[in-house]
Design a protein around this ligand. Structure first.
Ligand code: UTP
Length: 337
């Protein structure tokens, strides 16, 4: 055991860790009818993504002898379906009292002509305000207060759609504790200059992520003396925050980015319009825009095949098929399933 993991394990055993899963996304690319976490990955045991994630908490419970509180951020759109799914599945065998749900905020959607859209009931059409909405909603829903009251100091925040996410990682915790940084993030080496991932960087001396849509070709291709990409540490939405950092971040508002997505709405003739292609803009805050509030962050580079199996698209790259194969390879190599 190394210095980092022993420090991390100590903190876990002292009940200082909570896990938050961001499950408020619409998952439009996957196209599953229901919250993404309810998707059956197609494993021989037909586990849903939520159950796969919960397995890691059960493993941690058995390993460290503590029940780590699990918070799930949902959206107005998918909250009920998510809560019902957990209830119907008996919380996957995890203690029910350790699982909490809270809803993220929403913002109006805008049509291609720049006008605010109406929903099927003739009211302003709202959509979840992006994963960066997490900070504000943790504060507004008293999640931070709740965590503080039970002595939580470190909070892992991850997406719902990485079926190899290591939500309980003593090494990342130990690294942040040893470096005295109030936050940390995991990175994997970017597969090549063109891979569609955001990469860690420093902006005006502060930690940040530059999105693949923003990076210039010159920056994307730049290599160091070892031939490695200069901007090659991919951000995989696996971050750890000290509660003090979350308290500070939740007081600031983050910028909004627009995303072009599929939406159904009521037009001026009161007809419902649906579309198979993106037809409306939603506004989203990104979790990594909060990093600039921090003086520094610890970045832990991990192996792609051990910790990154995203379920984004229905077929092809980052699809259930690729994620399932990565998941099976990882666990079969460990001889656990
Ligand atoms: P994505 O950026 O993949 O978005 O979210 P998405 O909405 O799930 O999927 P697409 O783009 O429509 O296909 C990355 C993570 O952030 C969460 C998602 O649930 C996922 O875990 N997220 C995203 C939220 O919790 N809320 C949001 O408003 C957006």
């Amino acid at each position: 055991m190394n210095l980092y993991s022993s420090k991390g394990i100590e903190a876990i055993k002292e009940n200082k860790l909570a896990v938050v899963t961001m499950a408020g996304g619409q998952g439009t690319r996957l196209g599953h009818n229901g919250p993404k976490g309810t998707f059956d990955l197609g494993l021989p045991n037909h586990k849903s993504i939520f159950e796969i994630l919960c397995d890691t908490l059960i493993l941690a419970k058995n390993t460290y002898g503590v029940t780590i509180p699990w918070y799930l951020m949902t959206s107005n759109e998918n909250n009920l379906a998510t809560v019902n799914f957990f209830e119907e599945n008996n919380y996957f065998g995890y203690p029910k009292e350790a699982i909490h749900f809270f809803k993220q905020g929403e913002l109006p959607m805008v049509g291609e002509n720049g006008k605010i859209l109406l929903n099927e009931n003739g009211l302003i059409k709202l959509a979840a305000n992006g994963h960066g909405g997490i900070f504000e909603s943790m504060f507004k829903n008293h999640v931070l207060e709740d965590m503080k009251s039970i002595g939580i100091e470190w909070i892992f925040i991850g997406g719902v759609d990485n079926v190899l996410a290591k939500m309980v990682d003593p090494v990342l915790m130990g690294l942040c504790i040893s470096n005295s940084t109030l936050a940390g993030g995991k990175s994997i080496v970017k597969a090549g200059p063109k891979e569609k991932v955001g990469v860690f960087c420093k902006r005006n001396g502060k930690p940040s992520v530059v999105e693949y849509t923003e990076i210039s070709e010159e920056m994307a291709n730049a290599t160091d003396k070892n031939g490695e990409l200069v901007f090659g540490e991919s951000h995989i939405i696996c971050n750890l925050f000290n509660i003090k950092a979350l308290e500070a971040i939740s007081k600031n508002s983050l910028p909004y980015h627009s995303a072009f997505k599929k939406a159904s709405y009521m037009n001026e003739e009161k007809q419902i319009v649906t579309s198979d292609v993106p037809n409306a803009y939603k506004f989203e805050a990104f979790i990594f825009d909060a990093f600039s509030t921090l003086d520094d962050m610890s970045i832990l580079r991990v192996k792609r095949e051990d910790e990154f199996a995203p379920v984004k698209n229905a077929t092809g790259v980052d699809s259930p098929e690729t994620a399932r194969n990565l998941y099976l390879n990882y666990w079969n190599n460990l001889n656990i399933i």
